[in-house]
Design a protein around this ligand. Structure first.
Ligand code: SF4
Length: 354
């Protein structure tokens, strides 16, 4: 055993695995060895909370039980099924990778780390998690949870590639012979349940006796946090209605690429001249990691009878009101669409005039 292994001692690993056997949570994806099921869960869990993923995961796996099922589905349809999970590039990458699984690997997910890394959207973390959980490969999957635990155990305020490589070697050298992926799962769950980013529950921690940050009373200061600057934006939104149709624009770039939205009023040529307001709707918040957008929707109808022709970047189309439900929309826009239906503001509802 070399010095690197001392970043995670044999005693710590034993205590951690024992804790995992007793207190590890039985998530819907925890017990499976099926690589597609593991892959989907790891992709969904990136940047989305466990509670949000749990119900969505089961639905997705019923709908797409194999990569082949996803590969043969159109983008609008699988993005609609991903709705609410955010970061829609993940779904697009998953679908592209599913297509490659079918074309290059005959529908079977490869076990080699290098083959996995060659697929769209698969970085070191997912390749390691997938190969260790499904194929018992000794690859350490180090995510934010693992980094935070390693830093606190060793009292390290910062983190860099060389420390990560040393920690990786330590985890890999300590992995149990049988089901080596259990150590990856134990580290992840300790980070999710006990060694939390804020206010870690050190009294319940199986590693409490050997944790330098705890011994020094610095567990809340490690890792050092950079102050996040959140940019606040205001976007006046136009829900354009013409008889029984609603206008939607397709996003052509950004993290919601491919999703359908109500356009910003500023993007519509001669807006004031051609459209008149019927009513304003409640403001919706669209929050991302670095910015918070306040969407201010209003319902508009043509000022002069017929709706004027116009073009928008990314394209757009008039949709029959009942067709709104078929197209994928970011959550905040789906809520705006829900307002139309909830308040009987959609056109073509008997007895409603706008
Ligand atoms: S003792 Fe506290 S800070 Fe240290 S690993 Fe455990 S939960 Fe994290």
């Amino acid at each position: 055993m070399d010095d690197d292994a001392e970043l995670l001692s044999a005693g710590q690993v034993e205590a951690l695995l024992d804790w995992f056997d007793r207190y590890g949570v039985d998530y819907p994806w925890a017990d499976t060895r099926e690589p597609w099921a593991i892959w989907v869960s790891e992709v969904m869990l990136q940047q989305t909370t466990i509670s949000a993923v749990q119900s969505r995961y089961i639905r997705w796996m019923e709908r797409y039980p194999t990569p082949g099922h996803l590969a043969e589905t159109g983008e609008d349809e699988f993005l609609r099924d991903w709705e609410g999970l955010g970061y829609y590039n993940r779904a697009r990458n998953l679908a592209s990778a599913a297509g490659e699984i079918v074309r290059r690997f005959g529908g079977r997910i490869p076990r080699s780390y290098d083959d996995l890394r060659s697929l769209p959207g698969i970085g070191d973390y997912i390749a390691s998690a997938l190969s260790s959980f499904a194929f018992d490969e000794r690859n350490a999957a180090i995510d934010a949870n693992g980094r935070r635990i390693a830093q606190r155990l060793s009292g390290l305020e910062g983190w860099d590639k060389s420390v990560e490589n040393r920690f990786r070697k330590a985890v890999e050298s300590r992995m149990p012979r049988e089901k080596p992926g259990r150590l990856n799962a134990a580290v992840m769950q300790l980070g999710q349940l006990v060694c939390l980013p804020r206010s870690p529950r050190c009294r319940d921690c199986p590693l409490g006796g050997s944790c330098l940050a705890r011994a020094q009373g610095r567990q809340d200061e490690i890792p050092l946090r950079r102050k996040k600057t959140i940019v606040e934006l205001r976007t006046p939104i136009a829900v354009l209605i013409d008889e029984c149709r609603v206008f939607l624009q397709q996003r052509s770039s950004g993290i919601a690429r491919g999703m359908w939205v109500f356009p910003a009023r500023t993007e519509i040529p001669d807006f004031e001249m051609n459209w008149k307001i019927v009513t304003n709707l409640p403001v919706m918040i669209h929050a991302y990691t670095k910015y918070k957008e306040h969407l201010e929707p209003g319902i508009f109808v043509p000022r002069h009878g017929n709706s004027p022709a116009f073009r928008l970047s990314g394209g757009g189309k008039w949709v029959e009101s009942e067709g709104l439900d078929q197209l994928p929309m970011p959550t905040a826009y789906r809520k705006i669409a829900g307002q139309l239906a909830n308040h009987s503001l959609l056109p073509c509802v008997p007895g409603v005039e706008i």
